[in-house]
Ligand binder design. Sequence first.
Ligand code: B12
Ligand code: SF4
Ligand code: SF4
Length: 359
Amino acid sequence: MDGEPLKQALVAEARRLGFAAAGVASVRPFGRARRLALEAIAAGRMDGMPWFTPDRVEAAADLERRYPWARSVVALAWPYRPAHPPAEPPRAGRPRGRMSAYACLRDRDRPADYHHLLAARCDALVAWLRTRHPGLRAKRFVDHGWAMDRPIAERAGLGFAGKHASLITREAGSYVLLAEVLVSAPLPPDSPSRKGCGTCRACLPACPTGAITAPGVIDARRCISYLTIEHRGPIPADLRPLMGTWVFGCDLCQEACPINHRLAPPPLEPEEASTRSGPVPFPDLVECLALSEESFAARFRGTAVWRTGRSGLARNCAIALGNAGDREALPALRAALGSDPDPVVRESAGWAVERLSAS
Ligand code: B12
Ligand code: SF4
Ligand code: SF4
């Protein structure tokens, strides 16, 4: 099998494996995305992510040069379940925070890190392809690989980039994670989507920190996702009150998007508050603030939240408790202020105590 029939069968197999969408792009250089990413670095918008270097951008933008055997790139989008907030705040119980929906991804009812989940599904797809195309060479990229996930997905027709910069698919809105597989087989490329946001601008004012500085342009330094996941050390004081109760990532620009609204939000009430079986969309902040290294590892190893480390999560929970405005959290915050082993957590707890005491 070759050409269009092989591609159609490949897309069907990708869907059978659980991907929401799949498409094929050429491997020629990504000139515009390269320019935009280099501009973002030069303007300081990527400061705080030392791994996001111009060399990395140059390499990611030119797959053809790095992999001369590659003829096509298969772009893949994995759907995840959105977790919209309730219309009414929960009536009882300790203050709840927010973890972004992608971090709460589960696989066969167990918490999963999307990197592992997508890598396994990409490998399964390559194994399937090799049965049709013996001798096929392949290389997969899942987020941390040096590839430009969104621009590749756009070129392969999986969807379009919204004004919040995330790729929006027809199948699952922007609630998708992206991966790709370079292959030595020349597959017929898809056409980029001709859709766009039109006159909508709903996501821009929905960003509480003003991180969407222009349509499609994110100042990572102000993005709650960066602040809660990537940023090390104390969070800048002027941004803390704007972070609400997010403790890992942020979904506000996606929640504001009308294209995502048709993805039925589950109610909060049945959602678990405790993180004892992994990340949950609305975690108990007091519980997460007080986790030991051991309990943090038991709950979050093998999930996206592992990246913050125990002290990163505790820092975020202290700030979220300061913003939640529930003085019942004062004893837990005072305990962290007095005895947390990390000075950044102690300082953040002190900030929260002051904020709650003044309220
Ligand atoms: C660095 C990074 C971040 C940084 C910086 C984000 C950013 N917007 O650049 C931080 C930590 C803030 C971040 C946050 C998030 N991220 Co992130 N991140 C990345 C990473 C590793 C690189 C992105 C990158 O190269 N940025 C540089 C910019 C310049 O390029 P770009 O965003 O890829 O491409 C678009 C821009 O160039 C945009 N653009 C830029 N300027 C302009 C100007 C105009 C006029 C226009 C129209 C467009 C435009 O158009 C491009 C095409 O979409 C990718 C994985 C990867 N290897 O690609 C994941 C990735 C982009 N992140 C992802 C996710 C899920 C998120 C979060 C939703 C997580 C969360 N819930 O907290 C947030 C969303 C924040 C947002 N609104 O973008 C997914 C996105 C999936 C999707 N549907 O698009 C990716 C692809 C990871 C994955 N493999 O699935 N992320
Ligand atoms: S993820 Fe949150 S902070 Fe970042 S751009 Fe979107 S709304 Fe703003
Ligand atoms: S909210 Fe509106 S402007 Fe923003 S990404 Fe969605 S459709 Fe585009």
